[in-house]
Design a protein around this ligand. Structure first.
Ligand code: GLP
Length: 263
């Protein structure tokens, strides 16, 4: 596990974009797992800038989004389809046929649909780099507390806390989705490399539990402790409750000397 502490959310976004851009430069056909949420916006903006100013080429990159609200059509302003178009895909040259986002408007055989999403990931050769945010309750994707740590892509009922956190994005009279389709923890853990971003004091307890707490389905991000190549990039506020900060700094310094290609 590597922890990179950044002073603020702007620098966090730039650092995350640097890691993703390096991965794309190393492998132009990178299979890239993507996330939504306000934490991601700075990273997407910087990736768009690198595309514009430095010709970072996404034409062969294949993307897989983590999740989508159930019941929202892709043109709904609060859908993750819409978020991805607005914040990233409209500004870069990802080939439309290479974009995969769970379809929140499907009706009926959800299990079959979710199994197909998994199969599409497998057939593409698996995910090389998965970017994650984190919920206040420690969820990744929409894997709410008590999710099985071996779970696969499936329907998930959202917790009250997550529904409340998302209320601000919806109009007052609008119904907030109660369910989502999300990659499972088992799906996420199969990615070759994982990059988790967290910003702001509301995430500090979740970050401390995910990194230093016990492995538990009550904080599904703690399952990342089982993965061999995870990098957390957090800003000062989100990292404020971590106890071993001095140790993480030394790990980073030694990594820069011994295996700089990991950075
Ligand atoms: C939602 C998404 C998560 C994301 C989280 C945090 O719950 N399903 O993938 O990590 O929001 O969002 P924000 O970055 O806005 O705090």
């Amino acid at each position: 596990m590597l922890l990179v502490l950044k002073p603020n959310s702007e620098e966090l976004g730039r650092e995350a974009a640097r890691v993703v851009a390096n991965a794309v430069r190393r492998n132009p056909a990178l299979r890239l797992g993507l996330a939504t949420g306000s934490t991601m916006v700075g990273m997407y903006q910087e990736l768009a800038r690198l595309h514009r100013d430095e010709k970072l080429d996404f034409s062969r990159v294949v993307t897989f989004n983590l999740d989508e609200y159930l019941g929202l059509p892709s043109n709904h302003p609060q859908s993750f389809h819409h978020f991805m178009r607005q914040n990233f895909f409209a500004d870069v040259n990802v080939t439309p046929g290479n974009i995969h986002i769970p379809d929140g408007a499907i009706n009926g055989d959800y299990q079959r649909y979710c199994a197909c999403y998994e199969e599409t990931i497998r057939n593409a050769g698996g995910i090389d780099l998965q970017v994650l945010g984190i919920g206040r309750n420690g969820h990744v994707g929409f894997n709410e507390p008590t999710s099985s740590l071996g779970s696969r892509t499936r329907l998930k009922v959202l917790s009250r806390e997550t529904i409340e956190d998302n209320r601000k994005f919806f109009a007052a009279e609008e119904e907030i989705p109660q369910c989502a389709i999300t990659m499972g923890i088992g799906t996420i853990l199969e990615a070759k490399r994982i990059l988790l971003l967290a910003s702001g004091s509301s995430k500090s307890a979740a970050i401390a539990k995910a990194i230093e707490g016990p492995l538990t389905a009550s904080v599904t991000a703690s399952a990342l402790q089982l993965h061999s190549d995870v990098t957390f990039i957090v800003d000062r506020e989100a990292g404020a409750k971590l106890k071993q900060q001095e140790y993480y700094q030394r790990v980073l310094e030694m990594t820069a000397i011994l295996t700089p290609e990991r950075l």
